[in-house]
Design a protein around this ligand. Structure first.
Ligand code: ATP
Ligand code: MG
Length: 196
């Protein structure tokens, strides 16, 4: 599961656990992005802070891991490169799924080498306050037909939580309680993240 995780919140953890349960996966690897190609307009929090928060949020779950593979990359992070690296590392006998929310997935045609990506990687797409669910379903149909894509859409109750909203609340002096783990909340306050 890729993301900026700036910061990680309960919706991230919930969709990871839901994917794990529904598809009976062995584990979830959270892969914080290094330099996200579509988020260059905003300064991303230092990767070590984002990793610290991921560690705090996931440490009680033995099936949740964190990988620095995108962070360690000098260049911009692209999902296709990450998937290829993981496939090489885990070998042919391992099924690897890329987990995203529908908001991220609906833009997949703007991702690097998306056609190849759709043909080599399996996807788990979790519903998020839907945009245009008909368009999404049409796209999924098309990707399956055209590129032999393997896409599992999972409907979840809408969780109106986003890192953007959490950052905004902090800037505006509002509480972020119950939107993310308490350990992460404390870390944010202690390190004075997101205050300006
Ligand atoms: P930002 O507001 O900074 O974009 P975010 O909350 O969208 O942050 P990301 O790190 O961008 O978090 O998301 C990582 C992945 O988790 C993406 O695939 C995204 O679609 C998914 N995701 C995040 N929040 C939710 C949510 N509330 N419901 C479903 N999917 C979510
Ligand atoms: Mg996002």
């Amino acid at each position: 599961m890729g993301g900026t995780f700036d910061p990680i919140h309960f919706a991230h953890l919930f969709i990871a656990q839901t994917a794990l349960d529904r598809l009976e996966l062995n584990k979830i690897i959270f892969i914080p992005t290094g330099k996200p190609p579509h988020k260059q307009e905003r300064l991303i929090t230092d990767s070590y802070n984002r990793i610290d928060m991921l560690n705090l949020a996931t440490k009680s779950n033995p099936k949740f891991e964190i990988s620095s593979i995108e962070i360690n990359r000098e260049k911009t992070s692209y999902t296709i490169d990450t998937i290829k690296e993981l496939q090489l590392y885990y070998g042919k006998d391992t099924d690897i799924y890329f987990i995203t929310g529908t908001d991220a997935f609906i833009d997949i045609e703007s991702w690097k080498e998306y056609k190849e990506l759709l043909s080599i990687a399996k996807f788990i797409v979790m519903t998020r306050q839907v945009l245009n669910s008909e368009l999404l379903d049409e796209k999924i149909e098309l990707f399956i037909k055209e590129y032999g894509a393997n896409i599992t859409k999972i409907e979840i109750p809408t969780l109106d939580i986003s890192s953007t909203d959490i950052r905004r609340r902090i800037r505006e002096g509002n509480s972020i309680k119950y939107l993310l783990p308490e350990s992460v909340e404390k870390y944010i306050l202690k390190n004075r993240l997101y205050i300006d």
